[in-house]
Design a protein around this ligand. Structure first.
Ligand code: ZN
Ligand code: ZN
Length: 148
C-alpha cells in the first residue's frame, strides 16, 4: 500500500467514526437541544414583537410627519381627532388594490408606509380620519360630508 491509499483509508475511517459520534451526541442531547431552541424562541419572542412594533411606529411617525396629523376632508367635523383615528388614504381610491389579499391588518399598513417612504411621499396620499376614510370608500370615492 502506498502512503496515499493509507491516508485515504485513514480519513474514511475517521469520518465514519466521527459521523457515528455526531449522531450519538445528537441523540444524547436531543431533549437539551429542543429545550434550548424553545427557550431561545420564547425569550426572544416578546423582544421581536416589540422591535417590530417599534419599527412600525417609526414608519407611521415619518409618514404622518409629512402628511400632517389632521383629517384632510374640508368638511370634516372632527379634523383634529386623536391621531389614533387618522388613516392614510389613497386619493385615487385604489388603495384597496395595494393592500392586496394577504395580511389585511398590521402588516399591510406597514407596507403602505414603507412604499410611501420609498417613493418619496407622493401627493397621491392624504390623511383622513377613520370616518371620512370609510365614508369616502362607501360613497364612491367622495366623502359623504362633501355630498350631503
Ligand atoms: Zn374626517
Ligand atoms: Zn369627511
Amino acid at each position: 500500500m502506498t502512503n496515499r491509499t493509507n491516508r485515504i483509508k485513514y480519513l474514511q475511517g475517521y469520518r465514519a467514526t466521527h459521523k457515528k459520534e455526531m449522531v450519538a451526541w445528537r441523540i444524547r442531547n436531543k431533549e437539551r437541544l429542543k429545550r434550548y431552541k424553545k427557550g431561545y424562541y420564547e425569550k426572544n419572542k416578546s423582544a421581536l414583537t416589540l422591535q417590530q412594533k417599534g419599527r412600525r411606529d417609526n414608519l407611521k411617525k415619518l409618514v404622518f410627519d409629512h402628511y400632517g396629523r389632521r383629517c384632510n376632508c374640508p368638511k370634516c367635523p372632527t379634523p383634529d381627532i386623536d391621531p389614533l383615528f387618522l388613516t392614510i388614504d389613497h386619493i385615487n381610491n385604489d388603495g384597496y388594490k395595494e393592500r392586496g389579499h394577504k395580511n389585511r391588518r398590521g402588516l399591510s399598513t406597514t407596507s403602505i408606509y414603507l412604499k410611501i417612504i420609498r417613493t418619496g411621499f407622493p401627493d397621491t396620499y392624504q390623511v383622513l380620519c377613520w370616518n371620512c376614510n370609510c365614508g369616502k370608500r362607501l360613497n364612491n370615492g367622495i366623502c359623504p360630508h362633501l355630498t350631503l
